[in-house]
Design a protein around this ligand. Structure first.
Ligand code: 4AD
Ligand code: MG
Length: 465
């Protein structure tokens, strides 16, 4: 069996040879004595044009009656067609129907909207859009592993079920074997978790960072790449309840090292995908986002902007003074909203932008307190079209400061005992970040809704399959 991608790659040398191709029918055109079947096998989103003739194809009528979606196996000679739009076609000697398609196949030739396709999660991978997006998703994953592995990072698999809330935002999905209709209670009315599977409350992880830090204190440079879960009640185009995160953690490193790593990684992944997926990017550039290739080329070749949170607030306030409207008022101390992030990266800097040194009140407990006592050594990377794509920080490596912070926030010190222990046995400055993989894929493809870069998206009120 030859894949269609290989035919396109080697067309010249395959001309005149006999090949077998298996795939799914996109369209059938019957001209009575001859006809055309276009077939796609998923190896690329280009279709193979199969030509059939009533004289030579024994089951011509059977094939002429097939509709889009049918699975077929075609064998015949590759004929170069230098004068036609497609460089070659397959002259069918035999076409076998592996599985016919029912007449109500929902993916018809006319282009369908992403909204409609979300209702067809089982079939939408067969469209050009999804073939392009999910090949890029696969190649980008490989790019990420290549980037870190080439630099000697160790890939760590952190647990999916956890008993700590890394981000402290209380947005966790609980994992329990207790009978919800009949929950065991303590005398004071609280749930008796000693009777639960783990003997204490457990949940799906929101981040592998705390576990990755343990490994960074042994291996130096590590990264995770796995699923994370957030029960965030945000019904937006960039939030999913289940998403993948890449989390490097680097020892003997500060915030600047962290930003340099994130910037290098993003540029590497962009260049890698541009090299491996030119056809997919051209298609997306034509039908999804006309500025895509130009933007990616620019980003891969220019420096990201870097600005402190305090400077960012000044920029936003100056814009407001000049008449810029924001739904959410700007003042020092606010958490930047998507509208602010997008203004900074799309209208002000017009390129990916790191915002650093956020107020301590709006960031997680583990971030290193700056000397001003008001801000922490955090860095978020914002990109045009999306907003935050990377969230990172230098970690609090000083035991006393960390313990103070944990108690200030009313967190249970017992739960973070191991984490604090790392500061007792050979602490060192260290840093890391989390890259949202789906947001990266949105950025690489120009697709504007996170639901269309996840095979089976899980969002508020939606978990099909
Ligand atoms: O900024 P966040 O919450 O950072 C952390 O979880 C840190 N523990 C990471 C670290 O330092 N190791 O999340 C990191 C990134 C965000 O920048 C965003 O790209 C993505 O994860 N993200 C989401 N992506 C899709 N849907 C959601 N609900 C997301 N929440 C965060
Ligand atoms: Mg964040």
């Amino acid at each position: 069996r030859t894949r269609i991608a290989q035919l396109f790659a080697d067309a010249e040398s395959l001309g005149g040879t006999t090949v077998t191709v298996a795939g799914w029918v996109r369209s059938v055109r019957d001209m009575k004595n001859f006809g055309f079947v276009t077939v796609n096998d998923g190896s690329c989103f280009k279709d193979l044009q199969v030509v059939m003739s009533r004289d030579t194809l024994a089951n011509y009528d059977e094939i002429a009656h097939q509709v889009a979606g049918a699975a077929v196996i075609c064998a015949g000679e590759v004929k170069l067609t230098p004068d036609a739009p497609q460089p070659f076609e397959l002259a069918a000697a035999t076409i076998e129907v592996a599985g016919a398609s029912a007449g109500d196949y929902p993916l018809q030739k006319k282009r369908t909207t992403p909204e409609f396709l979300r209702t067809q999660q089982h079939l939408r991978p067969r469209t050009n859009l999804f073939r392009a997006v999910f090949r890029i998703r696969s190649v980008a994953a490989n790019a990420i592993h290549t980037f870190f592995q080439d630099r000697g990072f160790v890939y760590v698999n952190t647990p999916i079920i956890t008993t700590s809330d890394c981000e402290g935002a209380g947005e966790m999905f609980h994992v329990t074997t207790l009978d919800l209709a009949n929950v065991p209670k303590n005398d004071d009315g609280t749930v008796d978790y000693t009777q639960d599977f783990f003997g204490k409350p457990a949940s799906l992880t929101v981040s592998g960072q705390l576990n990755a830090e343990n490994f960074a204190m042994a291996f130096g440079d590590v990264y995770t790449f796995g699923p994370t879960f957030r029960a965030e009640n945000s019904n937006t185009a960039r939030h999913a309840a289940e998403f993948w995160m890449i989390e490097p953690e680097i020892a003997f490193a500060d915030l600047e090292d962290d930003m340099n790593l994130a910037e290098d990684m993003l540029k590497f992944v962009i260049s890698y995908v541009m090299e491996k997926c030119p056809d997919e990017l051209n298609m997306l550039n034509k039908f999804v986002d006309k500025g895509l290739i130009e933007r990616l080329t620019h980003v891969a070749n220019s420096d990201f902007a870097r600005v402190t949170y305090t400077e960012a607030i000044e920029i936003l306030e100056a814009a407001v003074a000049k008449g810029q409207k924001f739904e959410f008022p700007v003042s020092w101390g606010i958490d930047l909203q998507t509208e602010h992030e997008r203004f900074l990266t799309e209208q002000y800097f017009k390129k990916p932008t790191f915002v650093t040194d956020y107020p301590v009140e709006i960031k997680a407990f583990y971030m290193r307190l700056n000397d001003d006592g008001k801000t922490v050594a955090a860095a978020d990377c914002l990109v045009p079209g999306i907003g935050e794509i990377v969230g990172g920080s230098q970690r609090e490596e000083r035991l006393d400061v960390l313990e103070r912070r944990i108690s200030e926030l009313g967190m249970d010190p017992e739960q973070y005992k191991y984490y604090c222990d790392l500061r007792r046995f050979g602490t060192c400055k260290h840093a890391g970040f989390g890259l949202g993989f789906e947001r990266l894929v949105m950025y690489l493809t120009g697709v504007s809704n996170i639901r269309d870069v996840i095979p089976h998206p899980r969002t508020v009120g939606n978990a099909e399959f």
